[in-house]
Design a protein around this ligand. Structure first.
Ligand code: ADP
Ligand code: ASP
Ligand code: MG
Length: 475
């Protein structure tokens, strides 16, 4: 069986036209003799809106929460009406949509009365995005002649009970995928399931964290030993920088698992940070492709990438970070000091991105939404603590910086007009990162891009697209 997992992000299912393109792409794979398993996100922006509804309800704004739900219901109904004309056997798609929204409204009403939004209720609310989009996509596929079968992702993606950031339980997922997905494939069907959502041992709904549909795609691909995992999105692949920040970013044709994981972790939104792990474990290649430009060959993520004469493959930026400065009057680096400090970060489940130390101080960077006041109160038992938000981490990734002299000098020359707060060259030796003010981040990326991608290696980067663009713009 030539099993391919195809994950489509929010923009690839955002409206009837996008779902139509998605159906054509999947039909193309079936025509090539492939057996696709399709994983879909919620329609674009739906997760954000569901979170707004949850926030409104938890503040007692019942009317506001129900109004958001009502707008979402209309959007999903309109999309369904446009795509599915024939009676589909069993409950109609409209009934399914109405049932799901009736359930959602009931939860929102309850929440408005209780006014306490727990992570568990939040997950239950946001799960509606993927639960409903997957039904619409499956029905739209059938309308286009594909033999699609809807599958509830919560019957496959089994996780722990860490609501909002649940960890998948690989062995159970493998078993469930074999029990629930393989029979559909053997019957010649195209299974369609929602990404992002799962369930714990007690059957309660969990989510894998924002952007988690990529992760679902990779988990299913890993569990079923897929031939390839395809991540379909709204850009041509992994680019040399976020094209929204740097319009002349180039597509990276091939990148290593290690480089892609580093980029995702350090803010390249195009992939969820954990996506690569299940694929690496089973050596399943991952492709990043554009559902608006399906003919483009995208980016191939492989265990080893070819040598590249440019030191970096891409520049990622992680915003909304905070620098915590810990200053002790007596010598910091006494035995056991660091472990006491990290035990506090551990207690608050707060991951640290970057650390730099001097004789009497330690600076660390964390996500700004971490429980900073509580964290800093605990740290104050060890030393004086100050923290400063609105920081960004710029991370330049490439395996070919290994062993090259003078790269750091070139990096800092390119951004000499920007104030750099902390610097680190990762132990992995494939990234060079530094911390700056958030407001300087876009400018820093553009300056670095201009300096390092002036003469890109055509074996690794799509330089043809840049040439075509300059012909069109007459440059
Ligand atoms: P999806 O909904 O398909 O999961 P996302 O919005 O999560 O899509 O990710 C795609 C977006 O990631 C792109 O539109 C782009 O703006 C952003 N992005 C950030 N960094 C990069 C990069 N290096 N290469 C490509 N896209 C990037
Ligand atoms: N819908 C979820 C989100 O917006 C998951 C995803 O799209 O990957 O975060
Ligand atoms: Mg995404």
């Amino acid at each position: 069986m030539n099993l391919v997992v195809m994950k489509f992000g929010g923009t690839s299912v955002e409206d009837p036209a996008a779902i139509g393109r998605t159906a054509a792409i999947v039909a193309g794979r079936v025509a090539m003799g492939k057996s696709p398993v399709v994983v879909v996100s919620a329609m674009a922006k739906v997760t954000d809106q569901l979170l707004c509804a949850a926030a409104a309800a938890s503040q007692g704004d019942r009317t506001g929460a129900l109004a958001i739900s009502s707008r979402l219901r209309s959007r999903h109904r309109d999309t369904a009406a446009c795509l599915v004309k024939s009676a589909d056997g069993g409950p109609t798609l409209m009934q399914i949509i109405d049932d799901k929204f009736a359930g959602l409204d009931e939860i929102l009403r309850g929440l408005a009365a209780i006014r306490e939004l727990t992570p568990r209720i939040s997950d239950l609310i946001v799960s509606h995005g993927e639960r409903i989009s997957s039904h619409i996509v499956a029905a739209a596929f059938r309308e286009c002649g594909l033999d699609a079968a809807h599958l509830d992702a919560r019957e496959v993606i089994i996780t722990d009970s860490e609501f909002q950031k649940a960890a998948p339980l690989d062995d159970l997922i493998e078993k469930k995928a074999q029990e629930n997905v393989l029979p559909l494939l053997r019957a010649g069907k195209v299974p369609v399931m929602g990404g992002f959502i799962g369930s714990n041992a007690a059957g309660l709904t969990t989510t894998l964290g924002r952007g988690g549909s990529d992760y679902t795609g990779a988990l299913v691909g890993g569990a079923l030993n897929a031939e390839t995992i395809e991540i379909w999105t709204d850009v041509d692949g992994i680019m040399t920088a976020d094209p929204r920040v740097c319009p002349d970013a180039l597509r990276v044709k091939v990148i290593s698992f290690e480089e892609a994981a580093e980029l995702a972790y350090f803010g390249a939104k195009v992939l969820h940070p954990a996506t690569i792990l299940p694929a690496v474990r089973k050596s399943v290649p991952v492709m990043v492709l554009n559902s608006r430009n399906a003919a483009n060959e995208g980016t191939r993520i492989m265990s080893t990438a070819p040598h590249c004469r440019s030191p970096f493959k891409s520049i990622a930026v992680k915003k909304k970070l905070t620098i915590i400065d810990i200053v002790a009057s007596r010598m910091l680096m006494t035995h056991g000091y660091m472990s006491k400090m990290f035990a506090i970060f551990d207690k608050h489940k707060c991951p640290v991105d970057m650390v730099s130390t001097s004789e009497v101080s330690v600076s660390l960077t964390v996500d700004s939404n971490a429980s900073l006041p509580e964290l800093s109160a605990d740290l104050s038992s060890l030393a004086d603590v100050t923290y400063e938000g609105k920081k960004a981490l710029v991370c330049m990734v490439g395996e070919d910086i290994r062993g090259q002299n003078g790269i750091a000098a070139q990096v800092f020359a390119a951004i000499r007009h920007i104030n750099v707060r902390m610097i680190s060259q990762g132990a992995s030796e494939i990234n060079m990162s530094f911390m700056i003010d958030e407001d300087d981040a876009d400018e820093a990326v553009r300056s670095l891009h201009a300096a390092f991608f002036r003469d890109p290696d055509p074996a690794v980067f799509d330089v043809e697209a840049r040439k075509q663009l300059s012909v069109i713009s007459g440059q």
